[in-house]
Design a protein around this ligand. Sequence first.
Ligand code: IMP
Length: 189
Amino acid sequence: MYLAGVNVGSILYTAEEIAGRVRELGYEISKDYRGRDLVLVGILKGSLIFLADLLRNIEIPVDLDFMCVETYKDSVTPSETSQILYGGGGGYEGRDLLVVEDIIDTGLTLHYIQDVLEKESPKTLEICTLLEKEHSDKSNISVKYVGFRVPRVFVVGYGMDYCGEYRGLPFIGVLNQEIESENQENTSE
Ligand code: IMP
């Protein structure tokens, strides 16, 4: 199916559904962190749009920081290791860190990020993800806020990409399976 010229199999969440859920998350976070020293740590690049909308739905003072972590390399298959490209370096001691992620699949990326941030001695360290894939083995990470639980499909839009594309879509869609299987055939050659 081509939606606005984009090769997306189906829409999982419309812009309106996403906005409603992000409002709820903002409300919960504002309630839980009132009177505390909240720092949102956005994981680039995928969380950018979610983070911007979440921030505007949080009604308490909040500081903002970013980390850029590489896990996927132009493929629907996760690479084995994560690597910090930017951020995660200091100023977090005694503060309430809330890591903002776009999607959890295997949980490896967040497990790695948690290890890095714990070394900074924050007062608290929690995770907020827009999407969590069902049956994901989260490698013992505990996630405080989840927007939606989704099937194990490859999704794009609302900040999430496939080979650098589709981040600007206002909705969350499932990548057309033809592209995914073509990619798998190519990588298995
Ligand atoms: P994990 O380490 O397997 O949990 O993968 C997490 C990271 O992989 C996310 O931050 C995304 O950047 C990327 N990712 C995982 N699944 C998807 C997907 O379905 N669409 C787009 N990116 C994904």
